[in-house]
Structure formats: structure tokens, C-alpha cells
Design a binder for this molecule. Sequence first.
Ligand SMILES: [Zn+2]
Length: 303
Amino acid sequence: MQKMIQLIAIFCWCGFAVAHNHDQHKGFDIKVTDLGSRIFELRTDRSGNVAVLIGEDGVFMVDTQMEHLAELIDGAQKKLSNNRDVDLILNTHFHRDHVRGNAYFKERGAITMAHPNVRRYLENPGALKALGREAPKFTPQYFPTIDVTEDTSIKMNGQSIELYYAPNAHTNSDLFVAFKEANIIHGGDLVSTRRFPFIDIDNGGSIAGFIAGLKAIIEAADADTQIIAGHGPIATLGDLEASIAMLNETHNIIKALIDQGLSLEAIKALDPLNKYTDKWNWAFITTERMVTTHYYDITGLLE
Ligand SMILES: [Zn+2]
């Protein structure tokens, strides 16, 4: 059975590889995947994954990555759009690796939209105490100019683009985006394929909200939906279900230790999530950081 799963995985990767184009720019590589219906994933693996929808009505972009990658992203979309500038941008949430290209594209005429909390967090971010880092400050050229919610309806290039608000999930500014006719979803950072997710509890994120957000994506999808991840490869419903199961299991493990009266340091010393390391650990959200996230989520001690 394991062999069969590996074979299917290799086949799928080859299938995606056929549709990829690579482009080099200042040492960075961009991978363009044609998902059909004139929707493309633009992926550098240096930052959040971008989607573009291209057609007569213009170029619609989901997320803008980092400023130093914006020219590369724009060059890739211009090859697809016959040299058009980006017209309309939606930021899935406020994190810098999804919004820092905003200034570049706004200068070239793009209109930027996001949930109202994106602007609020960009102006006044939480301290990132759970990560032990300073929160980056943003200036107005990065701010989205139009507030949108899940009640907003966008019709463009033959697609009905539906927005779904996932409250208190990865942050408290998350929208995921469904291209209904194409059956494609951009999940933002609710989808971090086959990795421990970053749940930014300093900025309104929570484990319960994150799980609810994943369930909302599953509800909006079907078995054929192509789900663009915030980070990592195109996800399946199985990937989302595996994330939910992992989060529930790891929550229960840490909750039981907190209920025994253990401190964060004592829990970390036990390495209680080590059986999840092989499958889920990565450079940013290590197994230990996942322990810390659950600890603060359950105890609320960051408040
Ligand atoms: Zn994020």
C-alpha cells in the first residue's frame, strides 16, 4: 500500500512538472503552474504562493510576496497576460510575505483589497511574543485601499470569485478565495501543505479557528478542487484532513501535560510531539515551536 501511495505521488509530481515553466531572475527561480481557466500559480518557495487570473477584464492577483520578488512575479504574469499590468489584488492576510509586493503593484496602477483587519494589523501589529521576535512595521504604501469581506462579490474574466472569512485562524485577517467556475481555491496560509502551520496567536490566530478555517475550505471544495497553498505544493482534501487530525491530536497531547501542571519549559523538555517531526517539522515551524503555539493557545498566557 505504501509503495502504491509513493508511485501515485511520483506520478502526480511528474504530472505537475509537465505544466511548469521556470524563470530565473537575480538568482531567484519562479515556477509557473497552469491550473486551467487562465488561472496560474506563481511560486518561488521564498515567500507566499501567488495566483493570477488573466483575461479580457484584466489581471487579478492573489497575494504579492516580498518587495524584492515583485519584479520577478510581475515579469512572469506579463508573459502570460501579454504585457498587461496587474489590475486588482487581494491579500489573503497581513503577513509581510503576502503583502510586501503591494507597493510595487500599487505604483503601477493596481487596486489592492483585503479584509479590514489586514490594514489594522499592518498599522499596529502584535508583538510576535510567541516567536520571540519584533513585529515588522509597515508604511502606508503597503496598505490595501479597499476593505472586502465574504459578502463581496467579484465577477471577472468569466469567474465568480467568492471570498470566505476565517475568523481567528492563521491570523484574524484571513480570507480564502474560491474561483467557482474553475473549481480552484487559494487557501492563503490556512493551507501550508505537509508542514506544521504557523498560527499567529499574537495577531488573532487560534488553533480552534484554524481548524474551523480548514473545515470551511473543505466544505467549499470537492474532490476535484485544486487548492493553492499559502506555502508548499498544491494541496488535496486529504492534506487538509491530515492537518486537522494532526492539530487535534497535538492539541490533546499538550493540553494533558498542561492539565498535569507542567510549565512550558518542562513540556518542551519532554519533546512530546516528536513522533510528528518526520512528517511535519520544517525550518520555521519546528516541532518545538508547535509545542509553544499549543501552550500559548491553551493557556492564553500571551494576553
Ligand atoms: Zn501568513
